[in-house]
Design a protein around this ligand. Sequence first.
Ligand code: PMP
Length: 398
Amino acid sequence: MSDRPFSERSARIGAAAPFRMVFDFARKSGYQERRLEPGVLDFTFGDPHEMPLPDYVEALREAVVPRDELWFAYKFSLVEAQEAAAQSLRRVVDLPWTADRIRMTTGGFGAITLALKSVADPGDEVVYSLPPWFLYEALALEAGLVPVKVRVDAQTFDLDLDAIAAAITDRTRLVIVNSPNNPTGRIYPESTLRALADLLETASARHGRRIYLISDEPYNRIVFDGARFRSPAEFYPFTLLCYSYGKTLLAPGQRLGYLALPPQMPDAVQLIDAVESVQVAAGWLFPNAVMQYAVPRLEALSLDLAHLQAKRDRMAGALRELGYDVATPEGTFYLFPRSPLADDEAFVEMLAREGVLVMPGRLFETPGYFRICLTATMETIEASLPRFATVLAQTRSS
Ligand code: PMP
């Protein structure tokens, strides 16, 4: 008789280093209290730091008022929400997306989980690039998959296609691409995405098994300097596009997103059925009815992109002037500077002592860097600059 009250699966997830660190950081480190202390400047998670958009609140207020007796009945993915999502996605990613190939989900987490479980079986390998979003590993392990990690190009933060090609085996079923990228802010160029599509096509043929691509793109509307975002879905028909409303609307706690299959994907009708089966069986992973009713109105809203860009410019510019080594992100709300100390955790600890909270690169399996989240206010950014200067000076004198 086993004396452990938990499954092998949960043990594997719990033992995954990036997951353990993020989970402990968020739940056990005292961070939740620390970030609310007076004078503490919080640049950690992508949480809102200001009151929600009034139109966002209004959309939910309207959606909560029942119009029929089935208003709060069980709801699969609502067609009205799928239609609104398709219409909006057609503007962002230049393909004729249709509602029948979209399923509403509980945020990006839900969409990625559905994508993983709908096309891959336990033991299959999933390839992704480091630095990653720190929960890919946990989601892959929960689905019984084997994470295979490669590094992005250290100079450009672009995908290292040779490394991806070398990582593919006959067990590879999925490759995850995240652009605009959390944490680097990189938007992968068309040339990279075209070459990646060729590579996956060739590898699929060689192994006699289709390799699917998960395009994790919750930041596809958060791009700067008028840059054009290109989705892998434009170049590789076997792409499952995962979207979350949590970024554009800065309301990640409301758990709303979708999974979309591109119009040129063969067998999409069978795959979308598979998605929906998993969606029910994995625990009714549909967003709640009220959120779905609100989608048509929510699609018209966005955080203030110009203001976010101004925050990016101020923070990146000032840090560079102080002597930090930081690339200018093309999208997302993150900066990923080099840590002035090789030991990024020690550096993050020094910043925390000055009341500035950021995330160490180790959480992204990329020691020697740290992440700053720009959902903090401009006032917080201004207040942090002298402290970044102080800590940089401390590193030089220590
Ligand atoms: N992918 C990436 C790259 C993310 O940054 C996040 C959220 N931080 C997610 C997926 C999950 O999004 P959500 O919490 O809105 O489901």
